[in-house]
Write a protein that binds this ligand. Structure first.
Ligand code: SF4
Ligand code: SF4
Length: 52
C-alpha cells in the first residue's frame, strides 16, 4: 500500500479498520507493515483517498 502524504490528515481511520493491524499511524507518518494482505479495507475507509 502507498500513502499520499500530501492528502493524508493522519486521522487513523485506516489503522482502525485494518483487520490485520498492519497500519501504524502517528501524528506525522503512516506506515504499512508486512502484515498487510492487500485486502483494501483501508482504501475504502480513508476519507481522503490517500491510501492506495
Ligand atoms: S485513513 Fe487516510 S487520511 Fe486517515 S490516516 Fe489513513 S491514509 Fe491518512
Ligand atoms: S490493505 Fe488490508 S491488510 Fe493491508 S493495510 Fe489496508 S486494511 Fe490492512
Amino acid at each position: 500500500m502507498m500513502v499520499e502524504k500530501d492528502s493524508c490528515m493522519y486521522c487513523g481511520c485506516c489503522a482502525s479498520v485494518c483487520p490485520f493491524n498492519a497500519v501504524i499511524v502517528t501524528d506525522y507518518d503512516v506506515q504499512v507493515t508486512d502484515a498487510c494482505t492487500d485486502c483494501k479495507t483501508c482504501v475504502k475507509a480513508c476519507p481522503m483517498g490517500a491510501i492506495q
